[in-house]
Ligand binder design. Structure first.
Ligand code: UD1
Length: 378
């Protein structure tokens, strides 16, 4: 089976790594890794390949940053040439970034089957670019791998044939489980004993000047009681610099850092008193680690982290964050459980489904090549 994986942005890399590894163990599978170049900084991309043991990309489309339409269309134009040259049996796409939907759309037009890892997630908020990417990618996919049962319900509601949908668990947690022992050796030395870990990068938080100002002020206030460690996404850094609101911060109570590599960030998460974030994946990782998570969003496409995990949606409400921080500081933060199938074996399940899928297609293909008389008489 000739498989082509498409990755492009930071959250794709930890999802692809276990799937590539699991398919390496399967017989007769040839794999090609395509990096679209959506993320290109060393800290946002290369370091993840090194730490996760992902092979270097076979092909890099080097699209870089631009508007959504430009980025998506450039990925499409460059990726189409790759598909035509490599003629894959299957293309695997991950998550909900622009690279995901761009690759799926190319394949749909060329009639190449697509498998979507992390299918079925819905925030029901179409103002998020990722929601549009999720809806379209799911609709275009032939195989849909969901991390939790809510994904299956969402896909059923969207009219997607249940036969295409496979509940396999969470590949991001496969990577977490695989890497945690190594990560715990990488705890940064100059980190306080107790701290709140912060990440923010969504347009809804960082592109709204007034709201970003009040967020930074709130974090500054929190740092008086609990030190704040904030590895800053390039987009957020740009906004903070534009606003000039970083000056004066950087005291030991409020550390603004470069984006953290995977192992270091995992170590930081696992030792944090609380994580304050707008990321999708971090809601899942904190639920697995049992670390309280305050999500600065009005909705989540990962409701299981709220229903049974440690996640609390605090919306765009500074008061609510302060209330939840009081609970954390009083040792009364929300406790949670680990969702079913978040057990480190999601990628093995994916590999098993894919080998079965390929075998059944090969049988179909060979029977359709039978002489007419034989095929007709079956
Ligand atoms: C993208 C994903 C988002 C994901 C996030 C993780 C989409 C629509 N969004 O958002 O779902 O959670 O990645 O980081 O695909 N930049 C750099 N260096 C880089 C990459 C980006 O400096 O290596 C800067 C550029 O100024 C760029 C901005 O960050 O314009 C935004 O990057 P982009 O990939 O467009 O979106 P993200 O905000 O990273």
């Amino acid at each position: 089976m000739n498989i082509l994986h498409v990755v492009g942005a930071r959250p794709n890399f930890m999802k692809a790594a276990p799937v590539v590894r699991a398919l390496d163990r399967a017989d007769d599978v040839r794999q090609t890794l395509v990096h679209t170049g959506q993320h290109y900084d060393f800290n946002m991309s290369d370091v993840f390949f090194q730490e996760l043991g992902l092979p270097a990309p076979d092909i890099n489309l080097e699209v870089g940053s631009s508007s959504h339409a430009q980025q998506t269309s450039q990925i499409m134009a460059r990726f189409e040439a790759v598909v035509l040259a490599r003629k894959p049996d299957l293309v695997i796409v991950y998550g909900d970034v622009n690279s995901t939907v761009a690759a799926a759309l190319v394949c749909a037009k060329l009639e190449i089957p697509v498998a979507h890892v992390e299918a079925g997630l819905r925030s029901f908020d179409r103002s998020m670019p990722e929601e549009i990417n999720r809806i379209l990618t799911d609709d275009l996919s032939e195989l849909l791998f969901t991390p939790s049962e809510d994904g299956n319900h969402n896909l059923a509601r969207a009219g997607i044939d249940a036969e295409k949908v496979h509940l396999v668990g969470n590949v991001m947690i496969d990577t977490l489980i695989h890497m945690l022992p190594k990560a715990l050796e990488r705890v940064p030395k100059d980190i306080p004993r107790r701290y709140a870990l912060v990440t923010l990068h969504r347009p809804s938080n960082v592109d709204d000047v007034d709201w970003l100002r009040s967020l930074v002020q709130m974090l500054d206030d929190i740092s008086a009681e609990l030190p704040v460690v904030f590895p800053v996404h390039p987009r957020t850094r740009q906004r903070i610099l534009e606003l000039g609101i970083a000056s004066g911060r950087g005291s030991s109570g409020f550390q603004l850092l470069q984006p953290a590599p995977y192992l270091e960030f995992l170590a930081l998460q696992s030792r944090a008193q609380v994580v304050i974030t707008d990321s999708g994946g971090i809601q899942e990782e904190t639920t697995f680690l049992g670390v309280p998570c305050l999500t600065i969003r009005e909705n989540t496409e990962r409701p299981i982290t709220v229903d049974i995990g440690t996640n609390v949606l605090v919306g765009r409400d500074v008061q609510k964050v302060r209330q939840e921080m009081d609970r954390v500081l009083a040792g009364k933060a929300k406790c949670g459980r680990i969702p079913p199938l978040w057990d480190g074996h999601a990628a093995d399940r994916i590999a098993a489904v894919l080998t079965g899928w390929h075998a059944s297609r090969s049988v179909e293909a060979s029977s359709s090549q039978l002489p007419y008389s034989l095929a007709d008489s079956r």
